[in-house]
Ligand binder design. Sequence first.
Ligand code: NDP
Length: 340
Amino acid sequence: MATSTVFVSGANGFIAQHIIKQLIAKGYNVIGSVRTAEKGDALKKNLNSDKFQYAIVRDIQVEGAFNEVFKNHPEITIVLHTASPLSFVVTDFEKDLLIPAVDGTKNALNAVIEFAPQVTNVVVTSSCASIYTLSKEKDASVTFDESSWNEITWEQAKENALTAYIGSKTFAEKAAWDIMETKKPHFTLTTVNPMYVFGPQAFNSEVKDTLNASAEIINNIIKLKSTDDVPALAASFVDVRDVAAAHIVAFENKQAASKRLLLSSSTFSSQGILEVLNENFSTLKGKLPVGKPGTSKEDTDKLARFNNDATRKILGFEFIDLKKCIIDSVEQVLAVKGKI
Ligand code: NDP
């Protein structure tokens, strides 16, 4: 069993809760940062483990935000920086998304450089958003891989909430690699770059009417009526449990040092998700749109390709497939709502 202490920023987030659950199961001690004691207490109650404690970091973008955590916890040897704003309901794109993401990442890495000489590995949760360029997303002749970089500029990123989120992840990841290049710190960096992250919540108490941005895509599909149009969405996904496992491989496997791990299980479309739901949930039958069964491939064939062979080799596990991911997510929601 592992006994090192891992710091996880944004500990109450959808992905981070799964990471912490898996870390504790493997024997790691975990210190997670949350914005308020209320969020920390709720997470501690769910985890029900003396291997978890929380620290308050109210706002990652404030200079020195993480300094106290590292001053107070010289036992931390691994840092997983997951915290970053993920919302498309924002008013000021630069202030609400771009700046907190970039400054939060710089603050985390700079605090490790200044106050945590014992840290060996830093893992930053980046995104497929820093890999693919939006204008090429629907160009089937393009293939993105771990070496691809989004070509978005800061000015383009300020255009709307979507471009701002995409830009926030791109510029935050760039800031992390820049620090590695210019400051040559004592730790290795790995980034985890997931596609759309679906899957169940780590705890049933997290099943709220509205879920975090990506899980809400599935939640919205089960809120549709049979007469509604099928939402026009096709992209690639990865299950949250695999995203969590990849964060652990990112520091446990030496092959992952200085790498970007592109996490993609397969493509999906709203049509394909509806087919899984209509075939597997008798309680939903007749309540959801049927669309045009069998046409999902027509939507996904139009997309740019993602090649993550190099990542799969490092990870050494098979990704959870769409059917299992959707069934597990929706079973949980329906069970919590007493609809199954
Ligand atoms: P969540 O919204 O569930 O979690 C985000 C976490 O970051 C929360 O703990 C949130 O705290 C914290 N946070 C955000 N802004 C601040 C801030 N200014 N100060 C302090 N804490 C802050 O999102 P996910 O779990 O889905 O995402 C986690 C990471 O994964 C993010 O970096 C995201 O960009 C990345 N990612 C997610 C994908 C997805 O499909 N979900 C895909 C690719 C990458 P609070 O809850 O208190 O606001």
